[in-house]
Design a protein around this ligand. Structure first.
Ligand code: C5P
Length: 404
């Protein structure tokens, strides 16, 4: 595996990434651009990696870039500066890293890191779009402190997120082969009239992290979602809008599922009647219309009541206090095998964040805390528990592999 490091302040984080990849058993060959060497030393990478760091085309054997590029199973570029992204996109082979990138047919993961203005610049975004179109995986940067104290988007993605991207490309863990997983994602929209709805702040990010995790581990995945996000090849996506549509679609797919992950934020109430035409302001009065609400079907509770033997049903509890109490109550009331609970009033947790911190309550009495981490890591922890509950006995594994 080649770890390409280009010249940004986040280059120091690539040292940690280098060590983590090595810990996971990767033979890492670091390749540093001349500008990367202004931020970090080649010796540090050579000490941490399996192979000495390559910093130039001219210091060692002839053609080091083709040897490395041809031999690599994966190339990760972290951090990838705007210049490195542009040079790679346009084939401008002016340093050892771009030469290596052009000399490889291995999958490539690009992890941009730069100031917000540079990240948002159309040149950078257009270049990344071209790279994505060529099959390059882009691990988007996060939001936070940048060099020189500025804040905004452009911070190198967490090491864990980069490792996950690498793992899923290399397909190192395929322990869900033969399992069917149904995931719900996003917030439902309940129509008031043709232009207005009652919604919520769910982004679908946690649900899609489950999709990525399960598909990456070999499961057959269906996602019923209110939001459109990219999915791995082979995943079935059914787009819905309201709780009623989600209920009907889930009913169509639930029977075949070994694991159901109900990550969607389903509305609890909806207008009794959705107006056929846009509700207009009445100029003759200052009165506002009254919208009468009714309860929506509780999809999770319905699934819990009719759950086939062996199916693992996972619900969520987004609370703003007393999380454990509500989660444990929900576990029993909804007939779920697991409730993944989080306090959405805390920063970095819950709706529309890249990260989450959860406590997983299981029907067998288990309580598992997942510290603040990216949503994919949360998904992995939940799925690991689900697989442990399903059991790993040989007969079941054999039956699964034969479509049972
Ligand atoms: O009762 P509460 O809405 O807090 O429960 C949350 C869990 O129940 C989530 O897993 C959510 O997807 C599910 N839910 C549902 N149908 C509803 C409301 C919530 O399936 N109408």
């Amino acid at each position: 595996m080649v770890l390409g490091v280009s010249g940004g302040i986040a280059a120091y984080k690539a040292l940690d990434l280098c060590r983590r990849l090595g810990d996971l058993g990767a033979i890492v060959s670091p390749v540093l651009t001349p500008d990367a060497l202004r931020f970090v030393g080649a010796l540090s990478f050579s000490a941490l990696a399996a192979q000495p760091a390559l910093t130039s085309m001219w210091d060692g054997p002839v053609s080091p870039h083709t040897t490395l590029g041809q031999g690599a199973d994966l190339v990760i570029v972290a951090p990838a500066t705007a210049r490195t992204i542009a040079a790679y996109t346009h084939g401008l082979a002016d340093d050892v890293l771009i030469n290596t990138l052009l000399a490889t047919r291995a999958p490539v993961v690009v992890c941009p890191a730069m100031h917000t203005e540079m990240w948002e610049h159309p040149s950078t975004q257009d270049n990344l779009e071209v790279l994505r179109g060529r099959g390059v995986t882009v691990v988007d940067p996060g939001v936070g402190y940048l060099a020189s104290g500025d804040q905004g988007a452009g911070r190198l993605a967490d090491t864990a997120a980069i490792v996950v991207a690498a793992e899923s490309i290399l397909g190192s863990v395929r322990d869900m082969t033969g399992l069917r997983v149904l995931v719900t994602a996003g917030g439902t929209r309940e129509a008031i009239d043709p232009v207005r709805f009652i919604g919520n702040r769910s982004s679908g990010k946690q649900g899609f992290a489950f999709v990525d995790e399960c598909a990456g581990r070999g499961a057959v995945v269906t996602v019923v979602t209110t939001v459109n996000r990219p999915v791995p090849a082979g995943v079935t996506v059914v787009t819905v809008e309201s709780a009623a549509q989600m209920e009907a679609t889930v009913a169509d797919h639930c029977g075949a599922a070994h694991i159901i992950v109900m990550a969607a934020a389903v509305a609890d109430f909806r207008p009794v009647h959705a107006a056929a035409a846009k509700i207009k302001k009445d100029p003759s009065t200052t009165d506002a219309p009254t919208i009468t609400l009714e309860r929506t079907p509780d999809i999770l509770a319905g699934l819990g009541a009719a759950k086939p033997v062996g199916q693992i049903l996972i619900g969520f509890a987004a609370e703003t206090g007393d999380v454990a109490h509500y989660a444990q109550d929900k576990l029993a009331r909804k007939g779920a095998d697991m409730i993944v609970a989080n306090d959405v009033s805390l920063p970095g947790r819950g709706f529309d964040t890249e990260t989450n911190e959860v406590i997983i309550f299981t029907s067998s009495g288990g309580v598992h805390h997942v510290e603040l981490s990216d949503k994919r890591a949360v998904a992995r922890a939940v799925i690991n528990l689900a697989l442990a509950a399903i059991g790993t006995d040989i007969e079941r594994t054999v039956a699964r592999r034969h479509g049972g």
